[in-house]
Design a protein around this ligand. Sequence first.
Ligand code: SF4
Length: 216
Amino acid sequence: MTESRSFDQIAAELRSCRLCRDAPQFLPGLPHEPRPIVQGSASSRLCIASQAPGTQAHRSGIPFHDASGRRLRAWLGLTEAEFYDRMRVAIIPMGACFPGQDAKGGDLPPRRECATIWRSPLMNALPKLELVLLIGRYAQMWHLGPAGTGGLTRTMMQWREFLSAPVRPRILPLPHPSWRNNVWLRQNPWFETDVLPALRSEVRAIMTSGKTETAL
Ligand code: SF4
């Protein structure tokens, strides 16, 4: 069936979703009030396919407004104003609500219900997308299929192939900018020397072309 709803309509429906608390398909259900977080518009050209909100985003309602977000913006070469410009940048997490934490205080995986119900309609309502950044393994597995299941290093080592593949939108996997990946970043300095300059160049071109079009 063809999706006829706009991104704004789907995002509004998502923001009122309470499925994982009221009728979870995977147990246990969410023990807290869901607060779905998503950003974007039909004109967005860059998509950050992220994981799920953490405690801070759950409290504030703002995605990546923390140390991980500062690192991600530095990787992308974006200011806060650019990053949160929904006309140009979409932020579509694999799970739109904070999933809770495990006994050790680590965030649980994104709620599986969310991608099943919301992901395809949201992505299909972003017709201007030029580049989708796959942040972390859940987004990589969903968007890349079997090619995204080989682990972070193996997936990242194919970054040039992913980025140059003749598909629209193009796709680039990235590690999650969390401090939890500091060891991986130290062990793989080519990420900083090779991937980040290419990433910044791509993002700058997209942001500039988006600015030109939305200004018309
Ligand atoms: S995680 Fe997704 S499916 Fe679950 S309540 Fe939040 S918006 Fe709904």
